[in-house]
Design a protein around this ligand. Structure first.
Ligand code: LMR
Length: 395
């Protein structure tokens, strides 16, 4: 029985952190997994989160199960953050999920069972876990063109053309709401209008992965694309993660939000989403959702959280600038100024798998095999040595 089981390959992203932890090199740097780090290489707990946890500790009265769809106040918060005032509440069903991955898997299972003819169109490239989740759910997937030939910009015409030519009415399209993972290349607000128009024309269901709200241009600004799409269609699914913007990685805090044309359709879809949840993990964990709800119910904590999020966002912008400048000073002759146009934690560096391998084996620098760099993992003090290592593998 078990003797015939083959060893699975390590996870393309999380497997690298396992290898990093086992690496004895004292100068090692982990720029693989999308986790924010401060100048000391730490992923600190936000002050707003600590304060909310203290409040919860003092007031929490039960560890009883949550309902299948989670904490009501948390669900209302997700609706406000994602959609603002744009939609009638009875057209949106929000379910609290264990992280953004949990949200995606619930959405995928829902689509596989309720929309049996749908295929999901994913951007090429996309987060390595997307195809794995859809395949695990038995949802057929296809890819659409996203990157231009320069691999530093969006090929909007190629993307729209691919969808227009190949997607069938009833298919779903995966979009990254902001801070595209792995490239950091986002559509402009003007691009989003064109994307939305093709989605409406082809009658596609948008599935929007929204894991980095607040890391691109700001909380509201990052929702512009998603809200533009929703001006053109009356159905969508949005998968939220609060891992990054609340720094709640290990608490697994996310949500799946379904937008329907009217209240009865929304209620029916919600009932099916609940069945998916019940057979996966029954109901979500309380603590992370309670943290978010406690922060957002308190004006001062909300302000503090917004400041902390802004600090993280601005630090990443500064690191992008320093990286570009320091690469210039290495004299490698490679222009990395495209990083300044990219958004969020990630950038597609253009490093080949061989160069990525050399960075790891010779310099103890870990980045994802595709060449994706987690900019948020860079540090000012290690910038020179990091850039020299990158220059040496490029030469
Ligand atoms: C990433 O892309 O690095 C993050 O979304 C973390 C993960 O689970 O892969």
């Amino acid at each position: 029985r078990f003797s015939v089981i083959q060893t699975a390959p390590p996870d393309a992203i999380l497997g690298l952190t396992e290898a990093f932890n086992a690496d004895p090199n004292p100068g090692k740097m982990n720029l693989s997994v999308g986790v924010y780090k401060d100048e000391n290489g730490q992923t600190p707990i936000l002050k707003s989160v600590k304060a909310a946890e203290q409040k919860i500790l003092d007031s929490e009265a039960t560890k009883g199960y949550l309902s299948i769809d989670g904490l009501p106040e948390y669900r209302a918060d997700v609706r406000n953050l994602v959609f603002g005032e744009t939609l009638a509440a009875d057209r949106v069903a929000v379910l609290q999920t264990p992280g953004g991955t949990g949200a995606l898997r619930v959405a995928a299972d829902f689509m596989q069972t309720q929309l049996p003819k749908a295929r999901i169109w994913m951007p090429n490239p996309t987060w390595a876990n997307h195809p794995a989740i859809f395949s695990a759910a038995g949802l057929p997937s296809e890819t659409y063109r996203y990157l231009g030939d320069d691999r530093t910009s969006l090929d909007l015409d190629g993307m729209l053309g691919a969808l227009d030519d190949n997607a069938k009415p009833g298919d779903a399209i995966l979009l990254h709401g902001c801070c595209h993972n792995p490239t950091g290349i986002d559509p402009t607000p003007e691009d989003w209008k064109q994307i939305a128009a093709v989605i409406a024309k082809k009658n596609l269901l948008p599935l929007i992965d929204f894991a980095y709200q607040g890391f691109g241009d700001g909380i509201e600004q990052d929702a512009v694309g998603l809200r533009t799409v929703l001006e053109h269609v009356d159905e969508a699914i949005v998968c939220t993660s609060f891992s990054k913007n609340f720094g709640l990685y290990s608490e697994r805090v996310g949500a799946v939000s379904l937008v329907a044309a009217d209240a009865p359709q929304c209620a029916a879809a919600l009932s099916q989403l609940k069945r998916v949840v019940r057979t996966n993990y029954s109901n979500p964990p309380r603590h992370g959702g309670a943290i978010v709800a406690t922060i957002l119910a308190d004006e001062q904590l909300t302000e503090l959280w917004k400041e902390e999020l802004e600090t993280m966002r601005l630090r990443i912008t500064k690191l992008r600038e320093q990286f570009v400048e320091t690469m210039k000073s290495t004299g490698s002759g490679h222009d990395f100024s495209f990083l300044l146009r990219q958004k969020g934690m990630f950038s597609y560096s253009g490093l080949s798998p061989m160069q990525v391998d050399e960075l790891k084996s010779k310099h103890g620098i870990y980045i994802v095999g595709s060449g994706r760099i987690n900019v948020a993992g860079m540090s000012e003090t290690k910038m020179n040595s990091f850039c020299e290592a990158v220059a040496s593998v490029l030469s």
